[in-house]
Design a protein around this ligand. Structure first.
Ligand SMILES: Cc1cc2nc3c(=O)[nH]c(=O)nc-3n(C[C@H](O)[C@H](O)[C@H](O)COP(=O)(O)OP(=O)(O)OC[C@H]3O[C@@H](n4cnc5c(N)ncnc54)[C@H](O)[C@@H]3O)c2cc1C
Length: 509
């Protein structure tokens, strides 16, 4: 698992994340040629990765999270936003909350990319789900069970969906209370078919012979050759960064940053966007989980409950439920997603807080704001462009106010708690706007930096990078627009389809 014996492979897949693992498995299943997967981070065989609640510690870990920070956000008074990204086998899928949503059918139709309509991608989701087997959380908190009534008339067993107003317990890619990521579902079985994996090796640059990318070099100097092609699956931050570091990108920007240009490709790093969101905290005795004397026994038993029975506080992936609703309150197609966490969490920069409670956020499903990723003289600049389009701020404000009203009316019985933050500090829509500008973050779903499409998109609908040969992109960076919910399942769907496309197109080349 930790070393490659030869320095030449048919395919080199860069990044063992949600998409990269699916690419490797798909190439192996088709006997497309020898495959090496290179991963900057370590193994995911670590108890805090397996344990759902462990993400509280792996997020922000020096070893397993890239811990990026955004450039100062112009619409947010120059605030910088944390951008966690998984750095190990399984990628961000090894530090995420494992919430499983395909997105909305017309998310894919709206991409308007030939071969990527809902009718095209639905079979690939079916195939991915046959491996991942996502299922409704087995042991949700009673508060999360009660969430189904939030938007009215929902069957408590029905799953929330971005297709219509709905709320309830989500599906997760968990088996027996343990994380089951793309590394488990795709990479390990692929290794049994001969795929090799090189971990703890960060790719620095790609190299060309003529117009063909055929070599990859690592930080520290070693190289590996790719006879049939290189597949970039380093994620929406890593993939464009590697291209720009290699001199592939907008020539003017690269020269201004003092870098050599090997291919002028405007569009590399553009179109960066994420789901903006802002939350509400509720706190009260007898409510959700939290650091409270009344739960001392539950916390003490938590490691054993999880290890022996896959249950208890440590079996919670923190986010347990979701709601989708129309911010206007007219009951139309949802434009807001809410994540529900039955825990009292920190706020205003405090890491821990005593007491019990719960949290819900409002997130814009289809943001219009766009930022850009650049490699300047001072290194990587990740401008998320959060809320730079006024329409996103208007929608988020209305959505946040509606969430507040829904939570006020929620039927949580004895477990219901009053709003603790921001509470009385925000009374009306104007104050809500200011609060959102001061506190909004993201749902950790950056996409779009190597958009696929026709015309001037840097990546073709067949996932080939324009302007060079021998390079395909397969990860969240190719999404022209983010899907209406969480992005792990769509990233794996992209990886799964990429393998089919690359096996066919590399054989024909
Ligand atoms: C904290 C957090 C919570 C989230 N929660 C959810 C959720 O509950 N549900 C959901 O659907 N989505 C969630 N997401 C988003 C989802 O996990 C991602 O959209 C998805 O994993 C992206 O897949 P990817 O293949 O594009 O990139 P990644 O999975 O990030 O994979 C990229 C891989 O490339 C590697 N890499 C990068 N640069 C290099 C380099 N130079 N050399 C070698 N390797 C490199 C990285 O280490 C990583 O392993 C969450 C994300 C985060 C960070």
């Amino acid at each position: 698992m930790s070393s490659a014996h030869v320095s030449s492979f048919d395919f080199v897949v860069i990044g063992a994340g949600s998409a990269g693992c699916a690419v490797a498995a798909g190439l192996a299943a088709r006997d497309a040629g020898s495959v090496l997967v290179v991963e900057a981070g370590p193994s995911d065989r670590w108890p805090l990765v397996r344990m759902p609640f462990g993400l509280v510690w792996t997020m922000g870990s020096k070893r397993r999270d890239w811990r990026y920070r955004s450039a100062p956000q112009s619409a947010l008074g120059g605030r910088q936003i944390a951008i966690p990204r998984g750095r190990m086998l399984g990628g961000s899928g090894s530090i995420n909350s494992m919430v499983w949503f395909r997105g909305r059918a017309d998310d894919f139709d709206n991409w308007q990319v030939p071969g990527w309509s809902w009718a095209d991608v639905a079979p690939a989701f079916d195939a991915v789900e046959a491996h991942l087997r996502p299922a409704r959380l087995a042991t949700p908190h009673a508060l999360t069970e009660a969430l189904s009534g939030l938007t009215g008339g929902n069957d408590p067993e029905a799953l929330p969906t971005p297709e219509r107003e709905s709320a309830g317990v989500c599906r997760f890619n968990l088996h027996d209370g343990r994380r089951w990521s793309a590394a488990d579902a795709f990479l390990r079985p692929a290794m049994a078919r001969g795929v090799q994996v090189l971990q703890n090796h960060a790719v620095e640059k790609l190299h060309m012979t003529g117009d063909r990318i055929d070599r990859v070099s690592f930080v520290g100097g070693a190289e590996v050759r790719a006879r049939k092609g290189v597949i970039l699956s380093a994620g929406a931050i890593g993939s464009p960064e590697i291209l720009l570091a290699s001199g592939v990108g907008p020539a003017e920007d690269l020269r201004a940053a003092g870098r050599d240009v090997i291919a002028d490709l405007p569009g590399v790093g553009a179109n960066l966007h994420d789901h903006p969101g802002c939350g509400l905290h509720f706190m009260g005795a007898g409510s959700g989980y939290g650091l409270d004397a009344s739960l001392a026994l539950d916390w003490m038993a938590a490691p054993f409950d999880w290890l022996l029975r896959g249950k208890g506080v440590f079996a919670s992936p923190t986010v347990e439920g979701a709601a989708f609703f129309d911010a206007s309150g007219q009951g139309g197609t949802p434009d807001i997603q809410s994540h529900f966490i039955p825990f009292l969490l920190d706020w205003e920069g405090r890491r821990t807080r005593l007491g019990r409670g719960y949290f819900a956020d409002a997130v814009v499903c289809r943001p219009q704001s766009r930022g850009a990723l650049k490699l300047g003289r001072n290194g990587l600049e990740i401008d998320l462009g959060l809320l730079t389009n006024e329409a996103d701020l208007d929608l988020l404000t209305r959505g946040w106010m509606r969430l507040r009203a829904l939570m006020r009316d929620a039927d949580f019985g004895d477990m219901k708690a009053p709003e603790a933050y921001p509470a009385a500090a925000v009374k009306d829509e104007e104050q809500a706007r200011a609060h959102i500008l001061a506190h909004c973050g993201t749902a950790y779903h950056p996409v779009g930096t190597l958009r696929m499409g026709e015309g001037d998109a840097p990546v073709t609908p067949r996932l080939a990078l324009r302007g060079v040969r021998g390079l395909w992109v397969a990860d969240a960076s190719v999404m022209p627009a983010v899907t209406s919910a969480n992005t792990n399942a769509p990233s794996m769907m992209i990886g799964h389809r990429a393998a089919e496309i690359i096996a066919a197109d590399s054989a024909a080349a």
